[in-house]
Design a protein around this ligand. Sequence first.
Ligand code: NAP
Length: 276
Amino acid sequence: MSKVVLVTGSSSGIGKETAKIFAEQGWNVIATMRDPAKDTELAGIANVYLARLDVQERKSIGSAIAQGIERFGRIDVLINNAGYGQFGVFEGTGDAQIKQQFDVNVIGVMNTIKAILPHFRENRAGTILNVSSGAGKFTLPLISLYAASKFALEGFSEALSHELDGLNIKVKIIEPGGTATNFSAVSNDALSETVKIDDYDPFVNAAGKMFQDMRNFSLVTARSVAELIYEAATDGTDTLRYSIGNDDFNARMNARKELDDQEYVNFIRSGYRKYL
Ligand code: NAP
């Protein structure tokens, strides 16, 4: 019998490629998204079932899971991919924006996991993959809220993996670096809704030059991240973290692992301080 995966945020980018790869590999796929009417591709694939799921609407989470189980009989793997980046100076960010960042990237993941756990416990099997980010391991300027949400997701996922160990339910974390998707457009929209505070201008300009330097490294493709997600879901190991990114990303990940804490922070700061 084919295995079954449920993916959140499969309208575009990493989520869409992930749904496609699992379908290509013969899996039954419950591709969930906020607005299934916008889909132009996934509904045409035979073993893909489209369901509406907005991670901020609890009812829609329960309903998508129930529809998926009704359609395919069970769910083996949950991929919490839906997410976005609230970029911008923290002080200029509104309360609603702060809350939404955590509602989508953290609470939405928690609610989706809570909704599927009774099914996984009953089966005494299940795998949960949470899409974090390099920003769950290292920080960059102007992404304090996004980094806070992904650091929270990392701590939550790691600790949860211990608690579910005895029930044969695996938790895994995927950490992509910059990936060619709609992510930057969505983050720039979120950034444009923050309030500009002139005192931060020199810092914002320096950080902008640092991001320009980072853009000299090419982005990874959503397809390659989706391939890593597929590998994590099927490799049969209990490996917790999987990362993928360009050389700049790898240098930052290595700094986090290999330098002591202050050396790592100094390394990150050097990227924008040289422009201040
Ligand atoms: P993307 O193309 O913008 O896709 C994001 C997906 O999340 C879309 O399907 C979007 O749906 C969905 N989403 C947003 N809010 C949602 C909500 N409330 N409920 C349900 N779905 C929601 O960006 P992406 O790069 O593929 O992002 C996927 C994941 O990768 C995110 O968790 C992101 O943080 C992570 N990531 C991305 C990068 C990168 O550079 N691209 C790097 C590291 C990590 P709509 O179409 O309805 O908005």
